[in-house]
Design a binder for this molecule. Structure first.
Ligand code: HEC
Length: 322
């Protein structure tokens, strides 16, 4: 069964408790309706093969951020994980102390071994567990967390990129998108959990005006978790000068349909894939305008850094992948 069918089945079982309903409870109540009686205490296994109980070991008395994933996902969710890695970096020493991240594998084929390799590829640090378990238990946990919905079955990834953040003691929960800007998420979650971080107390008067062009905005929100322009490889190649080393037509198609070019055996896509074996360039469902804005932005950035303008060196597609 694919992960998508799985969610469909999960969603069919019951009407899901939405996050909004949960928010009705306030922190002042001593007992919340979402305690030990509500959450399953199912046995799950971490990426290191350790057995844990969902309620007792993972969430009781803790602040947590939980999302669903599966290791073979090739659409939007690699970006979801890459963004959470950035969020984890922003949280720094709070990870595993003030907040715990849990990514729950919804594909029954994902074993601790696969989850561990996946976590390592993305450079996941302490305080973040990748969990697998019995299919029925995971369905129940996802449902109880409000993380699986009927509409997810028709989405490309089979689940929504939601991140449920909660403090189990107070019964306060909120739903975020794991795709949001990590800086924004860090601030939102910090505020929600009542953290006092003096460094974050900057006045709005100091804020720089938001002056992003569309290409820059797209790059920062969709690409920067995996790519830099001139600061070296991350999960994907450094994109400095990419508009000179590849033809525009190739780039435009690659940004729109990387998986298809790989499937067709395009030589450059194939050698890039072999070189950056850890993660695949995802299809981010960019429109023609998005692709054009991104390419102009990449070109302007490369040019500003002394790369020759596009066109001069184009046509070297057959050359070995740098
Ligand atoms: C989840 C990580 C990830 C995200 C997000 C991502 N990429 Fe990639 N990208 C890769 C990987 C990995 C490769 C190398 C090819 C492969 O392994 O599939 C790649 C390859 C590329 C290449 C080819 C580079 C070359 O040397 O020819 C370009 C261009 C590119 N990405 C642009 C983008 C742009 C623009 C965005 C944002 C809209 C983006 N990528 C988002 C991971 C990512």
């Amino acid at each position: 069964m694919t992960a998508r069918q799985w969610v469909w089945k999960a969603a069919g079982l019951a009407v899901i408790a939405g996050a909004t309903a949960w928010l009705a409870s306030g922190p002042s109540r001593a007992a919340t309706p979402w305690g030990a009686d509500y959450f399953p205490n199912a046995v799950l296994t971490t990426q290191d093969g350790k057995t844990v109980r969902f309620y007792d070991d993972l969430i009781k008395g803790k602040s947590v951020a939980i999302n669903l994933f599966y290791t073979s996902c090739q659409d939007i969710c690699p970006l979801e994980t890459a963004k959470l890695v950035q969020l984890q970096k922003l949280f720094g020493a709070r990870m595993g102390k003030d907040i715990f991240f849990y990514s729950i594998a919804i594909d029954p084929w994902d074993t601790p071994k696969e989850n561990k390799a996946y976590a390592q590829k993305f450079g996941v640090g302490p305080g973040w567990l990748f969990l697998s378990g019995k299919e029925a238990d995971i369905q129940l946990i996802s449902r109880k967390l409000g993380l699986s919905r009927a509409s997810d079955a028709v989405s490309k990834d089979g689940h929504s990129a939601s991140l449920m953040v909660g403090n189990v003691g107070s019964g306060l929960w909120m739903r975020n998108s794991a795709m949001d800007n990590p800086q924004f998420l860090a601030t939102t979650i910090g505020n929600f959990l009542g953290w006092r971080d003096p460094k974050a107390d900057r006045s709005y008067a100091e804020a720089r005006p938001l002056d992003l062009d569309k290409g820059q905005f797209l790059f920062q929100s969709r690409c920067a978790a995996c790519h830099t322009i001139g600061a070296g490889d991350r999960l994907g190649p450094d994109l400095m000068g990419v508009t000179s080393r590849r033809q525009r037509g190739w780039l435009a198609r690659y940004l729109a349909q990387p998986e298809q070019m790989l499937a067709e055996g395009d030589p450059v896509a194939t050698s890039l894939f072999k070189k950056y074996r850890q993660v695949r360039m995802p299809n981010l469902e960019l429109g023609t305008d998005d692709v054009a804005s991104l390419l102009s932005y990449l070109e302007a950035r490369s040019h500003a850094n002394g790369e020759p303008p596009a066109g001069k060196e184009a046509g070297k597609e057959a050359a070995a992948v740098r």
